[in-house]
Design a protein around this ligand. Structure first.
Ligand SMILES: NC(=O)c1ccc[n+]([C@@H]2O[C@H](COP(=O)([O-])OP(=O)(O)OC[C@H]3O[C@@H](n4cnc5c(N)ncnc54)[C@H](OP(=O)(O)O)[C@@H]3O)[C@@H](O)[C@H]2O)c1
Length: 125
């Protein structure tokens, strides 16, 4: 909860004004496992709860900073072959990062407050 929720909250506070000045994007690494609607199993309680909470942080930041031209989004990187994702994960690191960069590059004002995966698909909250 400290890393996944309070970390992004503090970073958004620290950097939001400079992002506002540049009409930029704040993209938070969330997870599909934080989607309440898409939850179908009872594993990973703390992780899922932290990502659901950070999704609310994104939504609140989108409300607060969107009015000043900033786009704030939550991103799901896919199931990625990292230390966390493990060797069985479906998506390579480069593929995930390339996808996330493309998604971020293609965001418009109407994307503010959205939740997208690395392929640009909109996810349920
Ligand atoms: N991999 C996936 O399938 C997947 C899926 C959905 C979402 N995500 C999200 O994507 C993000 C990156 O995950 P990843 O797969 O790259 O995980 P990872 O390979 O396990 O790396 C996690 C990173 O977080 C750092 N970290 C962990 N606890 C920390 C703490 N208390 N304070 C500061 N840094 C801390 C680690 O630092 P050290 O190396 O120094 O320990 C490491 O650099 C995470 O937000 C994760 O929830 C990943």
């Amino acid at each position: 909860m400290h890393t996944n929720v309070l970390g992004p909250m503090q970073l958004i506070d620290a950097f939001a004004l400079s992002v506002v000045d540049n009409g930029g994007v704040i993209a938070v690494l969330s997870s599909r496992m934080g989607s309440i609607q898409e939850t179908t199993s009872a594993d990973s309680l703390t992780y899922r709860t932290s990502k659901a909470a950070v999704n609310m942080v994104v939504k609140m930041a989108a409300m607060e900073h969107g009015l000043r031209g900033v786009t704030v989004v939550a991103l799901h990187p896919g199931w990625v072959r990292t230390d966390m994702g493990g060797e069985s994960a479906l998506v390579g690191v480069s593929e995930s990062v390339d996808g996330l960069r493309q998604v971020i590059g293609g965001l418009g004002a109407d994307s503010n407050g959205g939740f997208f995966d690395h392929l640009g698909r909109s996810l349920h909250w």
